[in-house]
Design a binder for this molecule. Structure first.
Ligand code: LLP
Length: 389
């Protein structure tokens, strides 16, 4: 990604920058893999980035939406996602959110418990509407990712145990205001090992055999999201390997005739197009360590503090100084830290940067997913602005 620092100098930092051209290329790459399958449907997971301009661009490219709250359903509708292409997931849907979804006639509820099913039936009956329901089944498949973002093991809070699947489906099929349309799965996030998705396919095939034996035919299989991105080398892999991802499902799943396959990708769509722009406030020379103290913190990007994530950091101003220097300066190892009163407010430790000065602009890369959406006002800080570039 090329940045023109003269233009960026005028921006109030910290702020997010979104590269709409890279987003367009990413959306095209998804289309290239899915367009030959008219039964494939990609719902963009709004939780990854809910910036209205970003949402409009994704909606205009013909994607559906995966929402986990009433607020996300409103944001999706406002951005132009068709209601029929909205999936509503989440373990704790409030009554007002269920009613909002019913009134908007969304495409499907991904239901996570029998208790939730009963409430949806009751509210749909009151409103005299029908709810299209998929059941999230916990496939008990492990995933190679951070413990906080793996979701498909038997001990995780998500979904219905696979041994209860038939009983739940039968109960729902007896209800008067529920249309049972499918099964939903999601095993975790930031997955780079395609074998995890292949293991999910094996499990789905087994469950479909059980459905066949019971004489139950379902219209939809939804495999959730989770495709990871390259945080280490964003410039080498700006667009994720969608071919490897989609072909894992094409090769691994034995769909039944007419079955529709749904995906809920979030991070893979938006992570690489986003950068958190921050300015160096101080370069503090400690006895043991040198600190680059920047004006962004865990309030703008919580992933390093919460998951130990490492985002690439580029010193844009130093790169400009270096371009005019005869010899490239030797990099220095810095701890790059934010201003928040928490010792976990660290973007990177012992991170090699060119000699860095107060006022330098730094780009914290791959921050388009779960950056702005997870920002907080802790320490009475304002929420960051976002600009399209
Ligand atoms: N579908 C369901 C049911 C989900 O729970 C999620 C993400 C997605 C789809 C989209 O997953 P993706 O394709 O983005 O991996 N804040 C964490 C990630 C949390 C993911 C939660 N669920 C992070 O910053 O890494």
């Amino acid at each position: 990604m090329l940045f023109d620092t003269t233009h960026l100098q005028s921006l109030q930092t910290p702020c997010y920058l979104y590269d709409t051209e890279l987003l367009a290329r990413t959306l095209d790459a998804i289309h290239a893999e899915t367009q030959q399958h008219d039964n494939y449907h990609v719902h963009y997971a709004i939780k990854a980035n809910a910036n209205p301009d970003v949402l409009r661009q994704i909606a205009a490219a013909g994607f559906g939406a995966d929402c986990v709250s009433g607020g996300e359903i409103r944001a999706a509708l406002d951005a132009g996602f068709p209601a029929s292409e909205i999936a509503f997931a989440g373990v704790g849907k409030a009554d007002w959110e269920i009613k909002l979804a019913l009134k908007a006639s969304i495409g499907m509820f991904n239901v996570e418990s029998i208790e939730e099913l009963d409430v949806i039936e009751q509210l749909a009956t009151e409103l005299n509407m029908r709810a299209r329901v998929s059941f999230r089944i916990n496939p008990d498949v492990g995933a190679h990712t951070h413990a906080h973002i793996t979701t498909g093991r038997a001990e995780d809070k998500f979904g219905i145990a696979k041994d209860d699947m038939i009983a739940v489906l039968r109960r729902a099929m007896d209800m008067t205001h529920i249309d049972v349309i499918g099964l939903h799965f999601h095993i975790g996030s930031q997955l780079l090992v395609m074998d995890d998705f292949a293991a999910l396919c094996v499990r789905i095939n087994e469950l479909q055999d059980v459905l066949d034996a019971e004489g139950i035919a379902l219209h939809n299989i939804n495999v959730g999201g989770g495709l990871g991105i390259d945080y280490d080398q964003p410039d080498v892999h700006p667009v994720p390997d969608f071919h490897a991802y989609f072909s894992t499902f094409t090769d691994g799943l034995q769909l039944r005739p007419g079955q529709q396959l749904h995906f809920e990708l979030g991070r893979a769509v938006v992570a690489q197009m986003g950068t958190l722009l921050t300015r160096v406030l101080y370069v503090k020379h400690g006895h043991e360590q040198q600190f680059v103290i920047v004006d962004a913190g865990m309030t703008e990007l919580i992933r390093p503090a919460l998951y130990g994530a490492l985002h690439q950091i580029d010193n844009l101003s130093a790169a400009e100084r270096g371009a005019s220097a005869a010899v490239a300066p030797t990099p220095i190892l810095y701890d790059v830290v934010g201003p928040i009163c928490e010792s976990s407010d660290v973007f990177a430790r012992d991170y090699a940067l060119p000699p860095t000065l107060r006022g330098d602009l730094l780009a914290i890369r791959s921050a388009g997913a779960y950056g702005e959406t997870m920002a907080s006002t802790y320490n009475c800080r304002p929420l960051p602005a976002a600009h399209l570039i």
